[in-house]
Design a protein around this ligand. Structure first.
Ligand SMILES: C[S@@+](CC[C@H](N)C(=O)[O-])C[C@H]1O[C@@H](n2cnc3c(N)ncnc32)[C@H](O)[C@@H]1O
Length: 249
């Protein structure tokens, strides 16, 4: 049995190897083409996710933003023009190179780092993560959110986008996603296979789990494919026994 650290290293290796073919998933190309009806539903859900993100950025005007696991820039390209400065972190130099070329913005600073060792050097008005939380093992969830809290400036908020469970979200030749397994097999175009962490949250369960880390969250599900919403440090936090206490924030 691989150790958790070995699985996380495998996950990094998978995204490094997948960098050049990563965007086919988002644009429903090749093995991710699920037929026009499913593709249209996917695009409608993308429009919902991108629309609420644009709204929240327009209303809150975060000046500084930390993007965790920025990938090839599918969201960085929307975030960068709406903030003063953006720090984009990812473990894969390959995806960072694609992101940098795609976004080409002077206000974006890239940091190559393993998020499980990452300590923010500053505090940010917004911490954004898309399709990252589902790759955080349950055993590291609390430590990860403690890091997010340390990264947030007073009054700051986190914004989450992630996968809801739908059998057509992944490639045609991937095993049907198992909502309960917590792990998934992923295949590259050349047939190489990787085992990665992949959790599918329901919105209320994710809100409840975030509450245990002292975060108030408001998470919605799009019609089929995505979860999205806000998490911010709670003004009152519940201890594990369920008692309420004043937050240190
Ligand atoms: C599913 S992709 C999401 C990318 C991007 N946020 C998006 O929405 O397309 C997951 C990303 O996490 C990165 N990653 C995987 N393990 C990591 C780790 N331990 N630390 C930092 N980044 C990691 C991968 O390189 C990949 O870019």
């Amino acid at each position: 049995m691989p150790t958790e650290r070995e699985i996380l290293d495998h996950q990094i290796a998978y995204y490094r190897a997948r960098a050049a073919e990563y965007d086919a998933w988002w644009f429903r190309q090749g093995r991710y083409d699920r037929g026009e009806a499913n593709n249209a539903a996917w695009r409608a859900d993308i429009a919902a996710v991108e629309g609420s993100l644009a709204d929240v950025l327009a209303h809150r005007h975060p000046a500084t933003l930390l993007e965790l696991a920025c990938g090839t820039g599918l969201f960085t390209r929307h975030l960068a023009p709406r903030v003063d400065t953006l720090t984009a972190v990812d473990a894969s130099p390959e995806v960072i190179a694609i992101n940098r070329a795609r976004v080409a913005a002077a206000n974006v600073r890239y940091v190559e780092a393993d998020l499980f060792d990452f300590e923010p050097a500053a505090r940010y008005d917004c911490v954004f993560m898309s399709f990252w939380l589902s790759h955080v093992p349950p055993s590291r969830f609390d430590a990860f959110w403690a890091m997010v809290r340390r990264a947030l400036a007073p009054g700051g908020f986190a914004w989450i986008v992630d996968s809801a469970h739908d059998p057509t979200s992944t490639a045609v030749d991937h095993p049907r996603p198992d909502a309960a397994a917590g792990m998934a097999t992923r295949r590259l175009d050349d047939g190489r296979e990787f085992r990665i962490v992949k959790l599918f949250y329901e919105a209320p369960a994710l809100e409840a789990r975030l509450r245990q880390c002292g975060m108030e969250a408001s998470i919605a599900r799009t019609a089929r494919y995505f979860l999205h919403g806000e998490a911010r440090p709670a003004t009152t936090a519940q201890d594990p026994a369920g008692r309420q206490s004043a937050s240190s924030e």
